[in-house]
Design a protein around this ligand. Sequence first.
Ligand code: FE2
Length: 579
Amino acid sequence: MVDDEKNVRSLLIAWLFREGFLCNEADDGAEALREIGQTHYDLVVADLRMPNRHGHSLCQEILSQGDRPRLVVVTGVDDPRLLRDLRSRGVDHIFQKPVDASEFVSRIRELTQSSASSIHVSGSRSRAASRSNADEHDTGEDSRMPAVALLLHDMRRAQELAAQLKRESLLPFVPESTDALCCLAESRHLEMLVLENSRFGFLRPQDLVSHLKSSTALTEIILLGDENAPPGAVSGGPSAPKVISRHASDAEVVQAVRGKIAAMNRSRRTVSPQARELVRPFASLSSAQQSLLKLAKFLTLPESELKPDGLADEVMADADATVEILRLAKGASAGLRGQIGDVMDAITRLGVTRSAALLVCSGIKGAEKPLLRRMPLPLREWYQRRSALNAAFAAAFAQKYFGLSGDVAFIQGLLQDIGIAALGATFEDRYARLVSRARACGPAHLHVVEREDLRIEHSEISAALIEQWGLPDEFVRTVRFHHGPKAGGTETLQVIDPMRIAESVADLCDNRHACRRQDFFQQLVSCCDGGLEESLGGLEGAAALASEIAQQFRVPLSDEPLLRGIFRELRDPAASTAI
Ligand SMILES: [Fe+2]
C-alpha cells in the first residue's frame, strides 16, 4: 500500500485486512521500490501524487518488471491524459478517490485470484505441451511450480507417483540415485523430498537429509516408512518430517504431498523472508529440545484423539523426554501425591494435555536460553516477567472465559512474544532503548514502535522462530496474528483472544496510562458476554487462576502485588493514581 497519507493507507489496509489480505506499507515511491525488490508481492496499490518518486514513475518501473505484481492506482488526480497513459501502459485498475470499500475489496480480490489462476493454467498448459519427461530443463512457467523429488527403491512406483503429481500441477523429479538427487538439489531449489525411510547403499536417510540441508534450506520431507517407528534423526526443513506408511496407496502419498505444499504456502504468507533471516542464528536446537518440542503436536489434537499411550510411546522412545516427564511429575508443583511408577503412570495422572504442555514448556525454556544470554540484563528481566504474564493470563482467560484448554493457551502465550528475545539478542542496546521508549509512552504499542523503527514487529519474529523450531502451523499463525486484526484463515484460532487480553495485562503492568486501560477494557468486553461490570468482577479470580497455573508450569509471576493494584484501579477508577 503506497501512499504518503498515513490515514488513507491505514484505512485501505484495514479494509483489506478484514478480507484476509496481508499488507505492507510504504509512504513514497522510492520506499515502495525497495520493498518490492526484497519481497514478492501479489499486488501493489499506489497513489500518484507522492514525494521522492511520483506514482507515475513508480508505476512505469513496476510495469517494466518481468514477473511483476498486479498494479492498482488509487488517486485524487483527475488528469484524463495521465490516466489514459497509465491504462495504455498496462495498469490493472484505476480508482478515483473517494473509493467505495466493497468495490475496492472485490476488485482487489478479482485481480489477485486471476493472477494466481493465470500462473496455474499457463503452467499446466506448458507442461502438457512440452514436458514428457520430468527431468527436462525447466521452462519459465515450471520454475514457479513447487518441485518435488521422489527417491524410492522402487523406481516404477516413483515414476507412477511423479505422473500423478504432474497432474496436480506440481513439478516432480525422479533421481535414479542418491548422487543424482544431490546434483539436482545443487542445481535447483526443491520444495519437497519424498524419501523412503531405509538405507540407500551406505547412506542412511538422515545422512542424506543432512547433506541436502546445506543446499536446500527449506525442503520439506515426507518419509515413506513404518508409521509407528519414529523418524529417527531425520530432521530438515521448517517443520518435522511427515511419516506415512510405506504401504500407503499412491493416492494417499499424493494427498500428503498436496497437504504439505498447502501448509507451506500458508506459512509463506504468514512469515516474511526478512523474519526468517533474522531468526536463522537461533534456529538450531539440541536433540533433547527437538524431542520435547515435537510433542507440541499433542496440543493440537482433538480431545477424542488424546490417548495416554500415544504420548507415552513417543516419550519413552526418547531418553531425555522420559527423564523430563518423571522429573516434572515428581516435582512439588505438579500437585501429585504418592510415588510415580513410570512414564505411563505420570502421563495418566497428569493428563495427556498437561503432560505434553509441561514437556513442551521445558523444551521452550531450553531453546530460549541462548537468546536470553545475548540480551542486555534489564531487558532480559523485563522480557521474562512479560512472557510469564502472557502465558499465565492467556491460560487463565482461555479457561475461565472461553472454555478452552488453559494448558494449550499457556504454551502459545509463552511463545507469542518470544520474538522480543530474538530482537533483543540481535539489536541488543538499540532494541533495549526502543523498548524503554515504548514502555514509557502510554499510548504507544510496542509492536507499532518496532515497526516504525525496525520495520518488523516481534509477532513476525516469534512466528518465524517457532516455525524454524518445528512447532505446529496453527501455533505459528496464532502467534503471528496475536496483535490483530485477525487475518484470513485465523477465524478458527480462538486462543488469539485470550492471548491478546494477556498482552494488554502485560502492557498495563508497564504503564497504567488511560489509553492502556482503555485497550484492556476493549479486549475484555469484546470477548466476555457478561458486559464490563461482570468481567471486571471476575478479574481477581482470573488473576488467582493465572498465578496457580504459572506455579504449576514453574514460570512464576513476579508482578502479583502490582497486578492486584491494577485490577483494583480498573474496578474503581477513582482510586487511580498513575496516568
Ligand atoms: Fe506481542
